[in-house]
Design a protein around this ligand. Structure first.
Ligand code: AHR
Length: 501
């Protein structure tokens, strides 16, 4: 039997939980908006046309911040098209996803949808085809109370109160040659600095996110962050990170260790940001906004013809169906984000509905949970108070991509009432017997113990079998004198919560 131990110490606290770590992302892409969150003909639709069956699932998922409206889409977005009387809104071509945008959902409707889900809006401004003036105009339209041309236009459009959007992204993936209006780092850094300076002149309390690399595999990774931050350091608050993972070539062992790459990404960006900060003799620290992260079968997407030459409204694009293994990797990535919460203060699972998403829908039909829904939802519900990075003593295994990887990964949180521990077992074959020493936390009894595991690691939830995969009780979990004993199944993600005295 494979064994491991974990020691949890109060001294290993890294940060208090900021709910923004459980953000997600809604892009005008495929069926994320149209027939995803919005479908006026659906039996559950409200007066705005939003599906309330989807709203219920979004609330259960526990998302907190939602990035909008893109993504690659934002780099061609004309925000003015998306406000005012719906019958007057133009249909435009979206070059990013080669589809038609009807603008039937825009800034004001989306803010109303967010209110239904108790989430915060994280708005992206278009720095692809547009610039400083349009970003300022959108800011005025959204946030100025009244008495100016654009705030009065918002009021005339039916939204009396300002949206009060605090977090703004300065464009999206501007390092990527696929991006409409992509730039070299010098050019983007200059534009982002001037846009940020102007936006903060309008409202100094905004929190601005400058674009980092669109992936750690980009040839400019590291240099991009350095150059962009040299221009923007004093004007922005966050730098973005984006990462997508998938199993390649049947190498499940490497895939299960994907969070080692996420850790490398975070370490590199933190080191680069701090290097620039020291060089500039700044007293400020830049935080990380991991505002796109997920599993995405990108190789298969690139090889497909789903982005084709026909201009369609809401085509089926990026509708990945996730397996148990995908959910275990996703749960592991969330553990890594929490372990790095001292610097990763905001994150967005990309995306929310249909498009590489934890929630799927059919037009006129059901909405259901993908496998990846479960670790996200349970972590969002249980992670409370302070994050602790526990000391793990576990065997390692060899991976082709990441070198030696620990079989077990874990993070925990605690507040006055409870302790929650999140765990992955990456072993392909072996259960792991684990003891977790929680004696410093005065735990009294188990509150819950659940696991995501299946004998078929490729089992999925589909339209015809929507509840094939879900959380199950983690049998045999015991708490004796402050020490938890668990048996973690192979290829599993688990969450255990205990009451405190
Ligand atoms: O989330 C899908 C796409 O991935 C986004 O539009 C883009 O920002 C990234 O490349």
């Amino acid at each position: 039997m494979t064994r491991a131990t974990i020691l949890a110490r109060r001294d290993d606290a890294v940060a208090s939980v900021d709910r923004r770590i459980f953000g997600t992302f809604v892009e005008h892409l495929g069926r994320c908006v149209y027939t995803g969150i919005y479908e006026p003909e659906h039996p559950t639709a409200n007066a705005d046309g939003f599906r309330l069956d989807v709203v219920d699932l979004v609330k259960e998922l526990g998302t907190t911040t939602v990035r909008y409206p893109g993504g690659n889409f934002v780099s061609g977005f004309r925000w003015e098209d998306s406000v005012g009387p719906r019958d007057k809104r133009p249909v435009r071509r979206d070059l990013a996803w080669h589809s038609l945008e009807t603008n039937q959902v825009g800034v004001d409707e989306f803010a109303r949808w967010l209110a239904l889900t108790d989430s915060e809006l994280m708005m992206a401004a278009n720095l692809g085809t547009r610039g400083i003036e349009e970003a300022l105009d959108l800011l005025e339209y959204c946030n100025h109370p009244s008495g100016t041309a654009l705030s009065d236009q918002r009021i005339a459009n039916g939204t009396t109160e300002p949206h009060g959007i605090r977090m703004w992204c300065l464009g999206n993936e501007m390092d990527g040659p696929w991006q409409t209006g992509y730039r070299i780092a010098e050019d983007y850094g200059t534009l982002a600095a001037r846009t940020a300076q102007a936006m903060k002149a309008a409202d100094n309390d905004l929190e601005l996110v400058v674009c980092g690399s669109s992936g750690s595999g980009m040839p400019t990774f590291g240099d991009w962050e350095r150059t962009v931050l040299e221009h923007t350091y004093e004007h922005v608050d966050f730098i973005s990170c984006h990462a997508y993972y998938q199993e390649r070539g049947g190498d499940l062992g490497s895939y299960l260790a994907s969070s080692l790459d996420m850790q490398y990404f975070i370490d590199t960006v933190v080191a680069t940001a701090d290097h620039v900060g020291r060089k500039l003799r700044s007293s400020k620290q830049i935080q990380l906004s991991f505002d796109e992260w997920n599993i995405w079968y990108l190789d298969e997407h690139r090889a497909s013809d789903e982005v084709n030459n026909e201009w369609q409204v809401a085509p089926r694009q990026l509708e990945d169906t996730y397996s148990v293994a995908d959910a275990v990797v996703l749960g592991g990535l969330l553990i890594t984000l929490l372990k790095n919460h001292a610097r990763v203060r905001s994150a967005s699972l990309a995306q929310l509905v249909n498009v590489i998403a934890p929630i799927r829908t059919e037009p006129g039909g059901d909405a259901w949970r993908q496998t990846t829904f479960f670790p996200f939802s349970a972590t969002s519900r249980l992670a409370r108070g302070t994050v602790i990075v526990p000391r793990i003593d576990a065997p390692t295994y060899a991976t082709a991509v990441h070198g030696e990887a620990p079989l077990i990964d874990s993070v925990m949180t605690h507040d006055d009432d409870s302790v929650s521990v999140f765990l992955v077992n990456r072993s392909l074959t072996e259960p792991v017997d684990l003891t977790i020493d929680l004696t410093e936390f005065q735990v009294t009894s188990l509150a819950e113990a659940a696991t995501l595991h299946d004998d078929d690691v490729y089992a999925k939830n589909t339209i015809d079998d929507q509840e094939r995969v879900g959380l199950k009780p983690l049998h045999g979990a015991e708490l004796v004198d402050g020490v938890l004993a668990l048996r973690l199944p192979p290829v599993s993600w688990s969450a255990v919560a205990a009451h405190r005295a």
